[in-house]
Design a protein around this ligand. Structure first.
Ligand SMILES: C[S@@+](CC[C@H](N)C(=O)[O-])C[C@H]1O[C@@H](n2cnc3c(N)ncnc32)[C@H](O)[C@@H]1O
Length: 433
């Protein structure tokens, strides 16, 4: 509802909520353009008092067995690091909640920060509170069971499944980069910081039973509520920005429903579908290992990118080198012919033969490849991989042409000796713990 979270108790009955999942504004980092907003334009003390008030009302609205999950990040005010997660944990404790845990949410990708050590910032904290000591958790519901059969067929990566997840949770943010699984959030279109639906789903699995009630007092895009609706839970949210509210019904709910349906139809994959996935993984890993071994054996190869293209069951692996290495003809560089010979040798090694994959291989300069393939590849969907089992984003061929020489780009998507891998095969398969 388009109401101020400070008036929550006028709308939500006491002891009616099972779980609250939220992320309040991070002090004055962002202007949400509404006079009722908490954070922006406030003194720190006012911000603290307002949030303490809201979380104290959320406590009253929560059942004895209920819990509260708050996603929050450190921030800098005038260059000084503010330990917002820890300060906020104390405010919320002060409001009467019991602090149960502090988790790390690994966002896997984010923008670089220029201050402090200048490292890329990839995590936020998740503060977990309960109303009483006797709170609801269903750890068994968040074990990874569904992939067990995979590991039987895929012993190379076998790890015991059915494990309880650790306290670092890795979920990609939907709004950054070109992650086209969430075009509605791409480039921060609908909201700057929507939760990943997978994160919300995990918390809801852990904390709710059928028909339970979910609350988000700072709903933003409404991701918490949209996932709750998919899981047939009751939900209430507060959001002062009317546009977010409109987008919630028109765009977020339908998109998240599709995601949920697709995700859950994949859970009961038939044997055939499992095989198809496994084949994709094998092909991608095959290309990755081939390029790694090539660079291992021909260090002067100067790898740029590897392309794996599949058409009508036939796969082609393009091992691309830097055109500067055209100087490969020079005496101090190995020639492309040497690289080709090494590739042929590698294909007959046991390591690559176990994949059972027949591939046409090509050793080419990146420039030549770009020139020859431009027409064909500009019209097809390509995916960029760092890890072979999980694309990082979709990529247009033109973008690749613009970026492949950029050392930072190359480094960001290289894996060990293997350069970025680009393919028309799409797979986004998380590796279970
Ligand atoms: C960090 S964002 C939440 C993002 C959300 N987790 C999502 O998945 O999209 C915080 C939100 O709180 C809203 N907000 C700020 N002050 C508020 C208030 N007094 N009452 C309700 N919402 C408020 C802002 O408009 C903003 O959308």
């Amino acid at each position: 509802m388009n109401e101020d979270a400070r008036h929550l108790l006028s709308f939500v009955p006491e002891k009616s909520i099972d779980v609250t999942i939220t992320s309040p504004p991070y002090y004055d980092l962002k202007d949400y353009r509404d006079p009722r907003q908490i954070g922006f334009g406030q003194k720190f003390e006012g911000y603290r008092n307002d949030l303490t008030h809201v979380f104290s009302d959320v406590l009253k609205a929560t059942k004895e067995t209920g819990s509260l999950w708050v996603v929050v990040d450190n921030m800098r005010v005038e260059g000084k690091l503010v330990l917002l997660p820890f300060e906020m944990a104390e405010w919320i404790r002060g409001a009467g909640w019991i602090l149960q845990d502090i988790l790390v949410w690994d966002k896997m990708k984010t923008r670089p920060v220029t201050r402090g050590l200048g490292l890329r910032k990839v995590y936020e904290n998740i503060l977990v509170f309960s109303r009483t000591k006797n709170f609801k958790t269903h750890l068994d519901k968040i074990r990874d069971y569904e992939l067990t059969r995979w590991w039987v067929k895929w012993p190379e990566r076998y790890k015991s499944s059915g494990k309880v997840p650790a306290d670092i949770w890795s979920f990609l943010i939907p709004s950054q980069g070109n992650w086209s699984r969430w075009p509605i959030f791409k480039h921060q279109k609908l909201h700057e910081c929507p939760f990943p639906p997978e994160l919300v789903e995990r918390i809801l699995l852990l904390t709710t039973d059928a028909n339970d009630a979910v609350l988000d007092p700072f709903a933003g895009s409404g991701m918490t509520l949209a996932v709750a609706s998919c899981m047939k839970l009751r939900f209430t949210g507060f959001e002062i920005n009317e546009t977010y509210l409109r987008n919630f019904w028109n765009e977020v709910v339908p998109t998240v429903r599709n995601w949920y349906q697709e995700k859950h139809s994949q859970r009961v994959l038939s044997d055939d579908e499992m095989e198809i996935r496994l084949e994709k993984l094998k092909k991608l890993k095959f290309a990755r290992i081939l390029s790694t071994r090539l660079v291992g054996q021909v260090p002067a190869f100067g790898p740029v990118s590897t392309f794996l293209l599949e058409e009508n069951e036939v796969i082609d692996v393009f091992l691309l080198y830097d055109e500067m290495m055209q100087g490969m003809q020079r005496l101090d560089h190995p020639s492309p012919d040497l690289a080709k010979a090494v590739v042929q040798k590698l294909l007959s090694t046991k390591e690559l033969k176990t994949f059972g994959i027949k591939a046409n291989t090509h050793v080419l300069s990146a420039g030549e490849f770009a020139h020859e393939m431009k027409d064909y590849l500009s019209s097809i969907q390509l995916w960029l991989y760092k890890r072979h089992h999980m694309f990082e984003s979709s990529i247009r061929f033109d973008d690749w042409i613009a970026k492949y020489k950029d050392e930072r780009w190359k480094e960001a998507y290289s894996m060990g000796k293997s350069p970025p891998l680009i393919s028309n095969i799409d797979i986004y398969q998380k590796e279970p713990d």
